[in-house]
Design a protein around this ligand. Structure first.
Ligand SMILES: C[S@@+](CC[C@H](N)C(=O)[O-])C[C@H]1O[C@@H](n2cnc3c(N)ncnc32)[C@H](O)[C@@H]1O
Length: 305
């Protein structure tokens, strides 16, 4: 069961017109979508995207037909998907990044370092690249770079080396085989802090699914699609994602872009977004108690000017 994170905070910020047009770019288990639908009037339009066909179809069954237009797609194609629906401007767009508990709990998908499964981690099962290919076919330098960049893992080099050594004997096929290799590569004290495979698994998942590239691609499209007064609500789960969202919003919220040495403004550049939540909204202690996954969540909201 997937518990939606920062649910009330997101939907309250998202809705500006109860008869408007809204997009949930990450339907998942449909938790946010359900509250959104319940707060809108019957003539509102809701589009729900998810790149995971299995998850989307399962969630679709729990809604009454015609309530929501479900579309299986990577949100990096948002503009195209809206154009196909004949929609030129929307009132609100939400993105709740990362994996859903549906994906984590389905051991066969290979997202979890607690369950044994083939190294997969694809959200979109029709895509060719999976975690097995990265671990078994990429060069040592590239594996090390991925683990360092996307996992911010200080032992990335050691882990990449251990993977390459193991590969000489036999391919690394399952999640728990990879966990064992990581355990041999990192110091014992490190294993007492958090799960030693957590950062490497995060890194592989981000690389397999092109998560940061998709986020960078969707932000300008989401901004373009918003009506003046429309809202963009984004929930991130780690600093790499949050940084991208924060910089995008700050950039669009800037007025004058003249060099600081100019005494008066000559650019007359106008801000295009207003940052609605000056600081990111964080979950309450109560929410984190009930749903530990919420602990790292940050909600950022901006309004199109
Ligand atoms: C954290 S879950 C969303 C949970 C949902 N808000 C709920 O309340 O149940 C993230 C979902 O986004 C999907 N997803 C992640 N990246 C995506 C992308 N680039 N395009 C479309 N869907 C994506 C995942 O497949 C997953 O189902």
């Amino acid at each position: 069961m997937h518990l939606p994170v920062l649910l009330e905070e997101t939907i309250t910020n998202l809705i500006t017109d109860p008869q408007g047009i809204y997009v949930d770019c990450t339907v998942g288990g449909g938790g946010h979508l359900r509250l959104l639908a319940s707060r809108l009037e019957a003539d509102a339009t809701i589009i729900g995207l998810d790149k995971d066909a299995g998850v989307l179809n399962k969630t679709r069954e729990s809604f009454s037909p015609s309530e929501i237009k479900f579309v299986q797609s990577d949100f990096r194609y948002l503009s195209q998907r809206l154009e196909e629906q004949g929609i030129s401007a929307v009132d609100g767009i939400m993105i709740d990044l990362g994996v859903s508990s549906f994906q984590l709990d389905d051991a066969a998908r290979g997202f979890s370092f607690h369950e044994d499964a083939r190294l997969d981690m694809r959200m979109d099962q029709s895509q060719a690249l999976d975690a097995w290919q990265i671990v078994n076919e990429f060069e040592e330098e590239e594996i090390s770079r991925i683990i360092f960049k996307y996992g911010e893992e200080k032992f990335a080099r050691r882990i990449a080396r251990a993977i390459i050594m193991q590969r000489k004997d036999k391919s690394i096929d399952t999640t728990l085989e990879l966990v064992d290799i990581i355990k041999t590569a990192v110091p014992a004290r490190y294993q007492r802090e958090k799960h030693p495979a957590r950062r490497t698994f995060q890194a592989l998942r981000i690389r397999v699914n092109g998560e940061l590239e998709a986020l960078e691609a969707v932000l300008p499209q989401a901004f373009q699609a918003l009506k003046p007064g429309g809202r963009l609500c984004i929930i991130t789960f780690h600093s790499l994602e949050d940084r991208i969202v924060k910089h995008f919003m700050a950039d669009k919220a800037r007025g004058c872009i003249c060099p600081p040495e100019l005494p008066v403004c000559v650019c007359h550049h106008q801000p295009e977004l207003k940052i609605t939540t000056r600081k990111p909204v964080e979950p309450s202690e109560e929410e984190c108690q009930v749903n530990p996954r919420a602990r790292s969540a940050r909600l950022r909201v901006a309004t199109r000017l």
